[in-house]
Design a binder for this molecule. Structure first.
Ligand code: GTP
Length: 598
């Protein structure tokens, strides 16, 4: 029967090991599209540019594969987001599969995200098929990598495919292994409906589009359905699959992977990880593993042109429709005026949202340095969740402060154990463990404050290991810390948007570094500008921006006019990202200065 010929799988890999390239090859091989239709990296629909044109994310495609045994199999290839910020989404995507292709770069070998993804796949009971990719590279060492997969992950890699996604080597073998090794979906098509929502998006015409995997039962157009987490009911308007052309269906049954629309206007009614059931004949319980996502990183977003405040609000409303993990609320800053404090899953998530606001909505933003959430108990017995350093209560009112910690796993070649430990130590890390994965590869485990990771940890890790180390982390919980608020004064005025929270023992160092950095970043003004760092009333560091001496145009007197115009334009360009704070013109980079100091 049809169900026994369905194979649902994902591709998992460390970044750059060739996931998208292999997905393209698989699409070609299963001739879902003619070559002409086949745009490179079809599955990468979240590409900021391309996204505007495409209303259905190509995150799950149905493919037909004629195997050596003469049968035609239905494959569902489910895409997973590739970054730690989205671990939960990765896990839900994997929960929609029975198998996973594990791509390992034949030159790089196993890296942190390889392992992290393997753990997620194992948690979801998936059959893992190792594929050693990029064997065409001159420095490929497929045998060493094969051994590494066996030693480090403990998978049998003896018959793993040696492939080159780029050169099209080994693709048929991979497809045959999917047929042989990935189990077909189990489940009863006549049981009450259980459909896992593994992704969703908002389409202005059809409302929320839910991407689902049918685990039990059957869903038909016109059915009354219920979201088990929110108890909301809807009527199914459309069902379909993407091949990756959109094909509408009257029903989806056990093992099918496709999308559903039901005139759902609010994205908050559809949670990734929730179960859809039939409202009239409901399932007794929902599928396991539903978890609500909470933001971990906050920052302020302010329009440079304050008349764009309402546009910014509209932009956030629109983005929220697509992204249920995004949070925002209005906030005001003495320095920056009216804006929003926004919560994100992590730094990448934050950057994506900022970029989309600027590109898609044309609003230039000032963003303040990211902050984690501090849990503060005050002497009056109240507790506060502080997501903005400038909102931290006065020192004398504080009883205790806790900050979020993460367990960081850093995978590195032996040679860099020293620099990695030095870096973690400098970031207030607690050494936990060091595990040799193979002769030349070590996993170093530290407990670190999330706030230190949010700053430039990743860049520093890369530069101190020549790019060889890789990082994965998970949230541990809150822990008490000796933290203080540090204020920054420009021209003797306290600038709330520059306040930050630092560890007592690092306060002087940080203060000194930050005033020096600000001196570099803030251009000279017509007058001298003192920069000071203060804790409470006490100034702990200071520097001075000297006054501008010459008019920039002075040099051009008598020179040709085009040169003069160019200079003026250059100045204007520079001004675009400036905000006047008090009497001082401050560029965007200055608000991020704290991210750029060691
Ligand atoms: P992210 O989408 O960034 O996570 O990366 P990915 O894992 O999807 O990797 P992608 O397919 O974008 O490939 C990364 C780089 O490796 C690209 O420059 C590819 O052209 C290259 N690449 C992929 N497969 C092969 C291969 O078999 N051989 C060689 N030499 N290069 C490859």
């Amino acid at each position: 029967n049809r169900q026994s010929r369905i194979r649902n799988f994902s591709i998992i890999a460390h970044i750059d090991h060739g996931k998208s390239t292999l997905a393209d090859r698989i699409l070609e091989e299963t001739s879902a599209l003619t070559k002409r239709e086949m745009k490179a990296q079809m599955l990468d629909a979240m590409d900021l540019e391309r996204e505007r044109g495409i209303t259905i994310k190509l995150n799950a495609v149905q493919l037909a594969y004629k195997a050596k045994d003469g049968e035609t199999y239905t494959f569902h290839l489910i895409d997973t987001p590739g970054h730690v910020d989205f671990t939960y989404e990765v896990s839900r995507s994997l929960a929609a599969c029975e198998g996973a292709l594990l791509i390992v770069d034949a030159a790089q070998g196993i890296e942190a995200q390889t392992l992290a993804n393997v753990y997620l796949a194992l948690e979801n009971d998936l059959e893992i098929i190792p594929v050693i990719n990029k064997i065409d590279l001159p420095n490929a060492e497929p045998e060493r990598v094969r051994q590494e997969i066996e030693d480090v992950i403990g998978l049998d890699a003896s018959d793993s495919v040696l492939a080159s996604a780029k050169a099209g080597i080994g693709i048929k073998d991979i497809l045959e292994q999917i047929v042989e090794k990935v189990p077909s979906p189990q489940g009863d098509p006549n049981a009450p409906l259980k459909a896992l929502i593994f992704d969703s998006m908002y389409d202005p015409y059809r409302g929320v589009v839910a991407y689902i995997r049918i685990v039990e039962g059957t869903v038909r157009v016109g059915d009354k359905i219920k979201m088990m987490a929110t108890d909301k009911t809807f009527e199914v308007i459309e069902l379909g699959v993407s091949t990756p052309k959109i094909v509408m269906r009257d029903e989806l049954s056990v093992g099918d992977v496709g999308f559903l629309t039901a005139s759902i206007k609010n994205v908050k009614d559809v949670h990734v990880g929730d179960t859809i059931t039939n409202a009239i004949k409901p399932a007794a319980e929902q599928l396991p593993g539903y978890r609500k996502m909470n933001p971990m990183v906050y920052c302020g977003l302010y329009p440079i042109d304050s008349s764009k405040y309402n546009d910014l609000r509209e932009a956030l409303e629109r983005l929220e429709l697509n992204d249920s993990a995004l949070q925002y609320e209005p906030e005001t800053s003495e320095a920056l005026g009216f804006g929003f404090r926004c919560g994100f899953l992590g730094l990448l998530h934050m950057e994506i949202i900022q970029e989309r606001i600027e590109r898609e909505f044309g609003i230039d933003l000032i963003t303040t340095a990211p902050s984690v959430i501090y849990q503060i108990e005050t002497v009056d017995g109240e507790s506060h969740r502080v997501d903005n350093p400038s909102k931290m209560p006065e020192k004398k009112e504080i009883e205790s402060i806790e900050e979020p910690f993460v367990k960081a796993t850093i995978m590195t070649p032996n040679d860099f154990v020293g620099p990695v430990m030095e870096l973690c130590q400098g970031k207030r890390g607690d050494f936990i463990d060091m595990v040799y994965l193979s002769e030349n590869r070590v996993n170093i485990i530290y407990h670190l404050p999330l706030s230190e990771i949010v700053y430039d940890f990743f860049d520093q890790l890369k530069s101190s290991t020549k790019g060889y180390a890789s990082l994965d982390y998970e949230f541990l919980g809150n822990r008490p810390s000796k933290l203080v608020k540090m204020d920054i004064l420009l021209n003797n005025e306290k600038i709330d948007a520059l306040s930050l929270i630092v560890h007592q023992d690092f306060a002087y160092e940080r203060g000194k570094a930050i005033v020096e950095k600000l001196k570099e970043l803030i251009p000279r003004q017509q007058f001298e500008v003192p920069i000071q760092a203060a804790i409470g009333q006490k100034i702990i560091a200071r520097s001075t921006i000297k006054a501008l001496r010459k008019n920039v145009l002075a040099k051009c007197y008598g020179g040709d006019i085009s040169r003069k115009r160019k200079l003026l334009e250059k100045q204007k360009e520079g001004k675009k990202r400036m905000k006047t704070v008090g009497r001082v013109e401050v560029p965007q980079e200055a608000f991020m200065a704290v991210l750029r100091i060691n």
